[in-house]
Design a protein around this ligand. Structure first.
Ligand code: PSU
Ligand code: MN
Length: 312
């Protein structure tokens, strides 16, 4: 495996000694946010993790190598160089072979996290079932890969550009537990609430770490999804947002945008149509998810240590 994947020494040491580690994606850096916000945020979340005593493990593909743990120079490269791919799970093997570089989506980031032994992954929002999927079949690989790897994904819920109800159905089919952080209402990424109710509401990071421990210690497979509402002061006005989404989705259809280009296009148009409100929301929720994800990683690390002491 060594010739294909390069895990930084800092990450490797932390995983081996059971210290808290969190993985981050880079498709938000290469395709999700405009410059210079993208590079600044990618560095900032690593600093937040560091300040909380958690080792950040940002994932990517660089010149054909799967990477876990990047330098600042590598983040600059991914965030500014034109022509970097959006590296979904299906693209990994091809990029490795052609020596290409790409920003990893949720699906490929959690796959790399699992290969490196990391249990907590932090992102903004996950992909899901797109509006219109009953005819387009556009369902993000994020959902399927989440069901296969033993990694908890921390996000701000489902992007409202998706079909929330259908996404929740697919998550159920795939056996992925969906947990609300302090709420039983599914958060809606740019907004605190969707109209989907009835999630298990976790009280604390400890609570979530216990669920992770129960799941994996018992031998159950696959990930879980932790959804954290965006801080109130930064949520997008729901009416403004809904109008913008309808327009952006309609435009994407009209222009014949397909496949992996759909999500970046819609996110970019939303920023324009809301006068930057969704951009502000996006930055805020990623920072917030980082703090919560790091708390979960710390708690999971503590609980794993206690468990391994008893097991001896
Ligand atoms: N949500 C965001 N910004 C993003 C993404 C999601 O707010 O950039 C990215 C994630 O990397 C996610 C990907 O994995 O979009 C989903 O793309 P698709 O729908 O093509 O699977
Ligand atoms: Mn898609």
């Amino acid at each position: 495996m060594k010739e294909y994947i390069l895990i930084s020494d800092e990450v490797k040491d932390a995983v081996e000694s059971g210290q808290p580690v969190v993985a981050f994606e880079t498709s938000i850096l290469t395709h999700g946010l405009p410059q210079p916000y993208n590079v600044a945020l990618a560095k900032e979340v690593q600093e937040i993790a560091g300040s909380m005593g958690v080792v950040p493990a940002t994932t990517a593909v660089i010149q054909g190598k799967l990477r876990v743990g990047l330098t600042d120079e590598e983040i600059d490269f991914l965030g500014t160089e034109p022509g970097i791919a959006k590296a979904g799970y299906r693209d990994l093997a091809i990029l490795m072979t052609t020596k290409g570089s790409g920003g990893t989506t949720v699906a490929s980031s959690i796959a790399l996290a699992e290969m490196a032994g990391i249990r907590v992954f932090i992102t903004g929002g996950i992909g899901g079932v797109h509006r219109g999927a009953p005819t387009t079949f556009d369902i993000s690989a994020d959902l399927f890969i989440m069901s296969r790897v033993d990694v908890a994904t921390v996000c701000a819920g489902m992007k409202s550009i998706l079909d929330i109800k259908l996404s929740m159905e697919v998550l159920e089919t795939l056996g992925i537990p969906v947990i609300g952080y302090g709420t039983d209402i599914l958060p809606g990424f740019h907004v605190r609430e969707t109209d989907y109710k009835g999630l298990y509401a976790a009280e604390s990071p400890e609570d979530i770490a216990r669920i992770m421990m129960s799941k994996w210690s018992s031998g159950l497979k696959g990930g879980l999804l932790v959804t954290v509402p965006i801080p109130e002061e930064d949520e997008t006005d729901p009416v403004l947002l809904n109008d913008a989404i309808c327009r952006a989705v309609h435009e994407a259809n009209e222009k014949g945008i397909k496949g992996k280009d759909v999500t970046p296009y819609i996110l970019f148009r939303l920023g324009e149509l809301t006068g930057g409100a969704t951009l502000k929301a996006n930055l805020s929720l990623v920072r917030n998810n980082t703090r919560v994800g790091c708390d979960i990683a710390r708690s999971y690390s503590r609980q794993s240590k206690i468990q391994s002491t008893y097991a001896r």
